[in-house]
Design a protein around this ligand. Structure first.
Ligand code: PGA
Length: 236
């Protein structure tokens, strides 16, 4: 990652050739000095961004090198079409059964192939209500991350994803500080910590003002191109 505020867009299973073209038509608006924009479209559309001077990555990769794994996409293929990043361990994948141990294997192969992994962690609503947020984050981070690798963390409270609900951002900032200190027990590298969960043009300025939030991971609001561009403008 660069030394700039990061605005990452996770399209999830959304988008089309037409939407890709709409984004490419406005690529100058993505190339701002104050922030680094990274797009995570569905893998099928990654190749449309090759050579377009836009940072992009895949939403997942397989934990194995290659072989008889029908439907899977390898880290090497993602690198081969010019992507630099991969999202790993998103809560929607964890909810579908992906374990932290598999996330760590994916991270290791991604880094071996030259991709920068963005590892997602976050507590559920039940964890939060039970007061287990930090314990859950500690377990997820220690089990999902190989601290010898370069990486970025995306802290995404599961209950804030796609709901319009967010924690108070001073609470997010405190959690980011805690994650930074937790990670410092294992590596001396300075890491970026993004926040994700209902980020929009109405809250980006408050988020940007937080000292320990290095960027955002945006789902829904990245699918409305005008809204997304407004977030970029307001992240200044
Ligand atoms: P959201 O999704 O912005 O729609 O809440 C964020 C994410 O899942 O990464």
């Amino acid at each position: 990652m660069q030394n700039k505020f990061t605005i990452a867009a996770n399209w999830k299973m959304n988008g089309s050739k037409e939407f890709v073209q709409m984004v490419l038509d406005r690529k100058e608006e993505l190339q701002v000095k104050h922030s680094q924009v990274i797009l995570f479209p569905p893998s099928l559309y990654l190749s449309y961004f090759e050579g377009k001077e836009i940072a992009y990555g895949a939403q997942d990769c397989d934990h194995r090198e290659k072989g008889a794994h029908t439907g899977q996409i390898s880290a090497e293929m993602i690198k081969d079409i010019g992507a630099s990043y991969v999202l790993l361990g998103h809560s929607e994948r964890r909810q579908a059964g992906e374990s932290s141990e598999i996330v760590k294997q994916k991270m290791q192969i991604a880094v071996t192939k030259g991709l920068h992994p963005v590892v997602c962690v976050g507590e559920s609503e039940a964890d939060k209500k039970a007061g287990h947020t930090l314990a859950v984050l500690k377990e997820q981070i220690e089990a999902s991350v190989d601290f010898d690798c370069p990486f970025t963390i995306a802290y995404e409270p599961v209950w804030a994803i796609g709901t319009g609900l967010t924690p108070e951002f001073f609470e997010v900032n405190a959690i980011h500080k805690w994650i930074r200190s937790e990670v410092s027990h294992f590596t001396k590298k300075k890491i970026d910590i993004l926040y994700g969960g209902s980020v929009n043009k109405g809250n980006i300025e408050d988020i940007k003002a937080c000292s320990d939030i290095d960027g955002v991971l945006i789902g829904g609001a990245s699918l409305d191109i005008d809204h997304f561009m407004e977030i970029i403008v307001r992240s200044k």
